[in-house]
Design a protein around this ligand. Structure first.
Ligand code: DGY
Length: 314
């Protein structure tokens, strides 16, 4: 009898998911608790791999997984996968871009929290202090710059328009479809200089690493608010921290950090008007279910050689 192809899953799977994958031998391996050698051994015979954004798949792991054909990630981001190596090996990589509403809701939540200084108000209340004199700022009439204008940014744009913001975007891609009521800016520098709120919605890759650094932060208004629900590495966190500490920015709402989780003494965690969340943009019951289902569908389709709408091309 021909041995069945193997799938390794870095995430726990319930009976429903296992039954959907019944035509393969499925092993669940916790990447965070498994030694490098054991991980290599587990991946040695794998043809399919199901991961999430906390399960890095680096070049060395791919080099050792000589049978690997498919990597399906339960995330929209894929910066945890060595895509240069998957491309050269012809390995199919898929993502699960079904979290746009959840991430856009969270982005809007951060925007309101920081603009209205809600973190300071809730901290006061928790201390038993009734402090109703601290003023925030209106969203209405403020200029929002969306950096990157893909699926998530477009959902943020529609929410921001409903809040009466003036919405602009910058995207390096020339072929991004226009959206009524949203203005494209020609350069990042122009957008940053005009914006009251800057929200980042780009993939993390070599061209977006530290897109906001000391130089680009220096172009922004001293009252500007920075929101990041993409990847921590898009901001030079040291430069951001310094700018916030020196009052060269108005505040920040960060769902992602360069190091996750951050060190307990990271100054961002205790700065006024800086809201830091533990990377929960997609963390709703419905969205996490949809992402896992999408990734399993992608894995099955690619393992079988069927069409799959979420194959990434680099
Ligand atoms: C994603 O899907 O990329 C989210 O950031 C969760 O990791």
């Amino acid at each position: 009898m021909t041995p069945r192809a193997q799938i390794v899953s870095a995430v726990p799977l319930g009976p429903d998911q296992l039954s959907r994958l019944a035509e393969w031998d499925v092993t669940v391996v916790d990447f965070t608790k498994t030694s490098r050698d054991d991980l290599r051994a587990a991946l040695a015979g794998a043809e399919g791999l199901l991961v999430n954004s906390h399960s890095p798949v680096d070049q060395e792991m791919i080099d050792h997984s000589t049978r690997l054909r498919v990597i399906s990630t339960i995330s929209v981001g894929y910066d945890h996968i060595a895509v240069a190596t998957t491309t050269s090996r012809g390995i199919c990589v898929t993502n699960a871009p079904v979290l746009s509403d959840a991430v856009a809701d969270l982005t809007l939540g951060l925007m309101v929290m920081v603009a209205r200084r809600l973190d300071e108000a809730t901290a006061d209340m928790a201390r038993g202090t009734w402090s109703d004199g601290r003023l925030g700022t209106d969203l209405r009439g403020k200029t929002l710059l969306l950096v990157g204008f893909g699926r998530i940014a477009r959902e943020v744009a529609s929410r921001a328009l409903a809040c009466k913001l003036d919405v602009t975007y910058f995207d390096v891609r020339a072929d991004v479809p226009a959206m009524p009521g949203v203005e494209r800016v020609a350069t990042l520098a122009e957008g940053l200089a005009r914006a009251d709120i800057v929200s980042l919605h780009v993939d993390l890759n070599p061209s977006t690493f530290h897109l906001l650094d000391a130089a680009t932060i220096g172009l922004m208004k001293p009252t500007a608010i920075v929101l990041n629900t993409s990847r921590g590495g898009v901001i030079d966190q040291g430069a951001l921290t310094l700018a916030l500490a020196e009052g060269r920015l108005g505040g920040a709402g960060l769902d992602v950090l360069e190091t996750e989780p951050p060190a307990a003494d990271d100054p961002l965690l205790s700065m006024p008007n800086v809201v830091v969340l533990p990377h929960i943009g997609s963390a709703t019951i419905e969205t996490r279910d949809a992402m896992r289902d999408c990734a399993i569908n992608n894995l099955i389709a690619c393992m079988r050689g069927d069409d799959c709408a979420h194959v990434l091309t680099f």
